[in-house]
Design a protein around this ligand. Sequence first.
Ligand code: FAD
Length: 497
Amino acid sequence: ENGAHVPVLVIGTGYGGSVAALRLAQAGIDVHMIEMGMAWDAPGADGKIFANTTNPDGRSYWLRTKTEQPLSNFLGFPIDRDIPRYTGILDAENFSGITVYQGRGVGGGSLVNGGMAVTPKRENFGTVLPSVNADEMYGTYYPRANAGLGVNNVDLAWWETTDCYQYARVGRKHAQRSGFPFVFVPNVYDFEYMKREAAGTVPKSSLAGEILYGNNFAKKSLQKTYIAQAKATGRVAISPLHKVTSVAPAAGGRYTVAIDQINTSGDTTATKTVTADRVFFAAGSVGTSKLLVKLKATGALPGLNAEIGKGWGDNGNVMCGRANHLWDPTGSLQASMPTAGIDNWTAGGAFAEVAPLPTGIETFASFYLSITRNPNRAAFSWNAGTGKVDLSWQTAWKQPSINAAKTIFDKINAKEGTIYRTDLFGVYKIWGDHLTYHPLGGAVLNKATDNHGRLHGHPGLYVIDGSLIPGNTTVNPFVTITALAERNIEKIIATDL
Ligand code: FAD
């Protein structure tokens, strides 16, 4: 409520924010979470909370009048379509050189992601978070994060025979015939439920292609894990469709937080001001960076240091498809939750997730999202002319990612006598190099903050999301974001509260 005071205000309800809220509440502290997206707890006109991937509607996109599908074309034809403007679940946020996909709503990215719950290889951790003690992470915080997230593994005997992972078995065959390690990865989708989907005994979610616009069943999003636990403490309140616009020092070491309440058309219906003893920035790499860059540049938080907005990377994301021979079908039924990847990180700087193309028809295509070693880092900056925050990333900066992905797929194509698909991202375009699903950085740990996420210059302000991570996690990022948040909040509760 306008004028209220709260002990702790958390901006955003993704991984970092949910960990903070739960652990603070368990320590006896009242927490208020502010989330710009919707609650996603009520069914739409079709009786379902979330829209299907192949049939997008207003629920699918954040305030757009046309879809912006990551795979924009099929057989060369554009597949985007008009939709009503609505506070939908997936934001395709366009910067000049890259489109950054993010989840919007209570649960953040956990609502829209592929659920791949991957802990980086221990030997790579030094490049992921150089200032963090690896023994503590692998001994305590990664296990705590995996437990909190409800991570599980696919039953390999079932995986070997089910129609819905034929595409993944084809991916394995091609990887292994070219000598690449093929590794299974855990997921937060309940694989026992998926078995029942395949058997036809429960409503379908992963086997109905649900992923990008939410899963109606069996994906353990944060709503079902950390946030459910946090709410059960009775100490956590959440305000959806509320967007934080400013944080500034107030009397008594407190902070004044300005918040716009919005409707489902995105219009501001009320402006509120609250005070908080402590504020956690958990608006995601882009959301937190945009807020901090603006607040530093406009003088609201003058003590922030020169590292704010820097060190942003795309986790080296690049997509591609390969055209298989007609005797090598990938299956018309494809589980939307990936289970495995091709690991050429050490030799070639690429970890390629064998991804589904859940179109419902046989495409003879293998599709991959590669996470690559890309050294390029961008910065956010305040544009006083437009009143917006810009990002300096350039499309050409994806070239190292393309080169890394080619270390895998050029070899597989040569071995199999196959070619790249050129019809998925435009006309005669091989690489999906215009986007990322994995924004990281902008308020890097031990640079913009101290080694536990305390922002320099303003005691009581913390960063606790993907913006702490300097641009690359070598694998999919949410387990690392969660584990780092577990580490930092434990320290903060012990020493600051
Ligand atoms: P987020 O989860 O992004 O949460 C931030 C929240 O803050 C959002 O809900 C946002 O609406 C809210 N917010 C932002 N600004 C404000 C504001 N000013 N006021 C109020 N609220 C605000 N990762 C994996 O590890 N495995 C995968 O399989 C995987 N697949 C993915 C697939 C897709 C399509 C996408 C988009 C992402 C995927 N990711 C995956 C990435 C993963 O989801 C993100 O890395 C993760 O969600 C980031 O967590 P976070 O806590 O930093 O922020």
